[in-house]
Structure formats: C-alpha cells, structure tokens
Design a protein around this ligand. Sequence first.
Ligand SMILES: C[S@@+](CC[C@H](N)C(=O)[O-])C[C@H]1O[C@@H](n2cnc3c(N)ncnc32)[C@H](O)[C@@H]1O
Length: 243
Amino acid sequence: MESSGFRSNGGSLLKIKDFEKEYREKGAYHHRLEGFAKWWTFDNYRILAAWVENEGRTLDLACGDGMIWRFLKTSAIIGVDHAPTGLDHSRQFAGVPLVQADMKALPFKAGTIRNTVCSLSFQYLPGPDFERCLHELSRIMIKDGRLAFSYPNARSGRDEALSHSALPYKELLAGLRKSGFRPAAVRGISLRMPSRLVRWSVHPVLKPLAGLYYRISKIARFFPGRSYHYALCCLNTGEGIRS
Ligand SMILES: C[S@@+](CC[C@H](N)C(=O)[O-])C[C@H]1O[C@@H](n2cnc3c(N)ncnc32)[C@H](O)[C@@H]1O
C-alpha cells in the first residue's frame, strides 16, 4: 500500500484514551452530557446526520454508546467499536446490529456500505493507522458512498493534544484525497469555549449566559479553520483501493 500522505501522527501524542476503561467507569456517558459538552457534541451529531443518505447500509464507525443514532434518519445502521463495554451500553438504546472490530480491519465485504459516519473518533488513530482505516473504508464502501466525520481542529489543542492525534487540516485533506476520499463539504461546529464559560454552562443560574455565548460561537460554522472541531463530508472515489 502506497503512503496516503499523512506525514505526521498529528502532534504530541502521549497516550491514546482507554475507552474500555472510560465506558466501565462512566457508563453511557454520551447520553448524559451537559452544558457546553452536550451543546457542541449534539450539534456535531446533527451536522453529520444531515449528510447521511437515507438509503443503503450506514456504518457508524467507532459508535461507542450509540448516541448519534437518535439523530440519524436511516434505520439501516451497523455499529462498530472496539470497546465491548461501549457496545454493551449502546445495546440498551436501540436494536442496531453491532460488530466489535478495530477501525483498521473492518470485517465487511467489498462495496457493501453506502454511508459511513464517524463522530469524534478518527483522532484516536495515529497517521499510519488512520491511513489503514481509510483504505478499509474505501474497500467496503460503494463508489460515491459518503463518509461523514468530525475531527478536532489541530490548532485548538492543549490538554486534548495529549490524548488524541489531530492532523493539521491541509495534511488531513491531502491524506483523504490520496486514500480515495474527495472532500465535498466542510463545516465548523463552534468556537472553543473559555474554561470559565464551560463551568458556567452547567451552573443553574449562569447557564443562560453561557448558552448565549455558545449560540454566538456557532458562527464558526462558516470558519472551519477557527472551529473547535469541524465536520467533513467526503465521497469515495474508489481510487483508494488501487493504491
Ligand atoms: C469519543 S468516543 C466517540 C463515540 C461516538 N462516535 C460518539 O461520537 O458519540 C470515541 C470512540 O472511538 C472508539 N475507538 C477508538 N479507537 C478505536 C479503534 N481503533 N477501533 C474501533 N473503535 C475505536 C472508542 O472505543 C470510542 O467509543
């Protein structure tokens, strides 16, 4: 396999989060988000869900506890995650078929998936693993199938930069193209919220003020390069499987 073009791992990657431990300790935490975490995560789900076509099979890659399913219009969803406890939690919420697998080795036949949605998860794959995953997706997805995913802005890092691997935007786009995915749309979600306002967003009295700031911060929709996280919709050109 030729290199897809990811030159780096996306910065100072120290330790990828242990999600199995996270789900054991916190339960189905995406279903209990509050304040800023809930506002932007749910907006992220809405943006991705709007890009998913209501036809064919939709893979929810790294589905975790399956929170995005509430937002998807299609019912032909297959959830994939490597964390068994995350999958156990997701079982409580919907009768979606689940597969325990790694994003780098997807146990599906070629050309059988129309849409893939991957919310807030590609950043846990360092560059070479991300490349392998895109190769797999290019193989299992139909030509012109849609890959909708959200991703952290490499520039908005700090604490998170230690537990995930955000590639710079240009490098991400170049890697996607070389892996056979043509970016068709990009949208910012919201600006990063100052930590004081994040605290206010769960405060019974100050929450409305934080909410006002959040609504204004959604101007980032037009400036993905400034957004805390952004969302991308790509089409599978089918070229990736040849490399
Ligand atoms: C931040 S959570 C996002 C969960 C869900 N997509 C959402 O947005 O609500 C990241 C998910 O990626 C999964 N994950 C991370 N690395 C993975 C890998 N190599 N293969 C499969 N799943 C992985 C984790 O288990 C976790 O459920």
